[in-house]
Design a protein around this ligand. Structure first.
Ligand code: AQP
Length: 336
């Protein structure tokens, strides 16, 4: 295939921590599904990243499979895209070491995510948490990714990836593609249901702050009904003065496809309670087909194993090429 025929490579991943929720669906999974035809996509369940903070092994195993099935249930096609679990491809850990030997302590010390996350870990902060951006750089550079969808919180990690790639290329000649950030067309940022000034997070300690993709319909209705509201009474999009209702408007619009002005006019003169009832139904309807597909996939052990095996083999083949080149460049003798 010539370079002009080659689709740009796009890579993205989510850590199997917490519970995938509607913020992940709206901000990531749904757009991933749409990107598959335009890009050569790799979607990864990044379990090596998850153990930068303590995990319960049985829970981690379960989550990894749940996340993989949810990727697929949200429309990721394992034939069109390379879908795999990070720990199945040892090249990620290997390249991370090689890159770590070309990364400066000062660079890693400046990462704000390390500063934020380490505060929550008390005294015994795992060094993996500090090294995390190097592993992320390896994830990206192993596949020659041209594009990486990034939220605000990952922007600094993409920058350090670019710095490491450029440094490496200067030392050893062109080895790595220097990746660019990919910004989604509509970047809705869904906020917490219990505190609309902070982002909805899949690992929030309070499960009432998010709607998980696997929440039962009545649980969803309860969470939306109890979501905090603003002091006003109108259903109006005003993120500064009415952040809670604005957030619910965003969720409705993103999942129903109805525009925010149309929602505002339909709910003129009606109370918050009516509006919340409708938002709840919209969310229930949006996740129902995902949950149904998830249940089919999750119980098909053989099918799942085949997808996992195929994804890992495809990723491994691609990763090997770059890893072998890197090893040659740094001066390691080839294994015969
Ligand atoms: N509230 C949100 N609104 C819109 N998009 C969101 N995303 C996350 N929350 C929202 C998008 O989902 C993808 C995965 O992001 P993540 O932060 O849930 O998970 P992570 O990448 O595995 O990193 P974290 O933050 O380190 O995980 P946790 O929260 O478990 O500790 C991203 O594309 C994000 O933009």
């Amino acid at each position: 295939m010539s370079d002009s025929e080659r689709k740009p490579v796009l890579l993205s991943g989510i850590q199997p921590s917490g519970n995938l929720m509607i913020g992940n669906l709206i901000g990531a999974l749904r757009s991933w599904a749409e990107l598959q035809d335009r890009y050569d996509c790799l979607f990864v369940v990044v379990d090596l990243h998850a153990i930068t903070v303590p995990q319960e092994p049985a829970e981690l195993r379960r989550r990894c499979l749940d996340f993989l099935c949810l990727y697929l249930a949200c429309g990721i096609d394992p034939v069109k895209s390379t879908v795999f679990v990070q720990s199945h491809v040892p090249a990620h850990s290997e390249l991370a070491w090689l890159l770590g030997c070309h990364t400066y302590m000062g660079e890693l010390s400046r990462m704000t995510q390390f500063k934020d996350k380490s505060k929550k870990q008390g005294e015994n902060i795992r060094s993996g948490l500090f090294f995390y951006p190097v592993l992320m750089a390896a994830d990206i550079l192993l596949y020659g990714a041209d594009l990486v969808p990034v939220g605000d919180d990952q922007r600094q990690h993409l920058e350090i990836t670019r710095d490491i790639a450029q440094r490496f290329n200067q030392l050893y000649g062109d080895v790595f593609t220097v990746p660019e950030a990919y910004f989604p067309k509509v970047g809705a940022r869904i906020m917490s249901l219990t505190d609309p000034t902070s982002k909805m997070s899949k690992s929030d300690e309070n499960p009432r702050s998010y709607v998980a993709l696997l929440d039962a319909p009545d649980v969803i209705r309860g969470k939306i009904r109890r979501a905090v509201t603003d002091s006003g009474t109108e259903v109006r999009f005003a993120p500064e003065s009415q952040p809670a209702i604005s957030n619910l408007l965003q969720i409705h619009a993103a999942l129903s496809g109805e525009s925010i002005p149309s929602l505002e006019s339909r709910f003129t003169g009606k109370g918050y309670a009516d509006f919340k009832e409708e938002v709840a139904e919209v969310v229930v309807r949006a996740v129902a087909p995902i949950q149904e597909r998830y249940r089919q996939l999750r119980t098909d052990k053989a099918g799942l194993e085949a997808i996992l095996g195929d994804g890992a083999a495809r990723a491994e083949r691609r990763a090997r090429r770059i890893l072998d080149k890197v090893k040659r460049k740094v001066g390691f003798i080839p294994r015969t």
